[in-house]
Design a protein around this ligand. Sequence first.
Ligand code: DHB
Ligand code: FE
Length: 282
Amino acid sequence: MTARITASVYTSHVPAIGAAIDLGKTAEPYWQPVFTGYERSKAWMTANKPDVIFLVYNDHATAFSLEIIPTFAIGCAAEFKPADEGWGPRPVPVVKGQPELAAHIAQSVILDDFDLTIVNRMDVDHGLTVPLSLMCGEPDAWPCPVIPFAVNVVQYPVPSGRRCYHLGKAIRKAVESYDEPLNVQIWGTGGMSHQLQGPRAGLINREFDNAFLDQLIADPETLSKKPHIDYIREAGSEGIELVMWLVARGAMADTPPRVVHRFYHVPASNTAVGHLILENPR
Ligand code: DHB
Ligand code: FE
């Protein structure tokens, strides 16, 4: 038996959500609806604990700066520390890696003509730790090893949705050629609509977001052709983070997935919080 991708998880990664958890504010009226939306997700995680999470996220000029900007970077280290983003590192567990599977995926995907950057030392910012907190709560240790996969969505030119979708397919092939019966989840994070700067700061587009969720479930192939300019115009400058969801969706089976959970909520900081859990047919 080889490794296989059993499910995919999609979620926003708002840093203020991490602060709300770390400062014990999850029951406050502003935050309570957000965390209620993830109650089912945490129960599902406990019942469906994977062996490895392949976590697609973006670094926000934390581990990388404008000096070096990898388009796609795979974390092959044994561990990744929570980054100090200006207020000290989040008080969350160190992220344990899975160097063997990461190296296998790097080899398979690079030989399939995707040029990944191999990262052997990296701190991980809210893009990675906030989704883990939302899905796993506040454990002493994360439930399983995580392979961080960073996508540049910060500095133009960022990869197209199409490229991300096809990369997901190459990741699926890599996982399915790994000779150990591991249960692998793939997570796509970031989004949904938000813009953090300029005259349109605070932009939220519920209609766009919900259409994106519908199409991600039902017709990712067509969704993958959506050009950058549509994301930026409709979902704001940071809405482009959504291309990362297409990596995870591309890694799912070609048959329709089972929708385990769908959640959408505004407000949470400056971002529309969107969340999906999709399972592959068993
Ligand atoms: C916010 C959202 C993000 O995705 C991010 O990286 C930083 C801030 C926000 O909503 O405040
Ligand atoms: Fe972000």
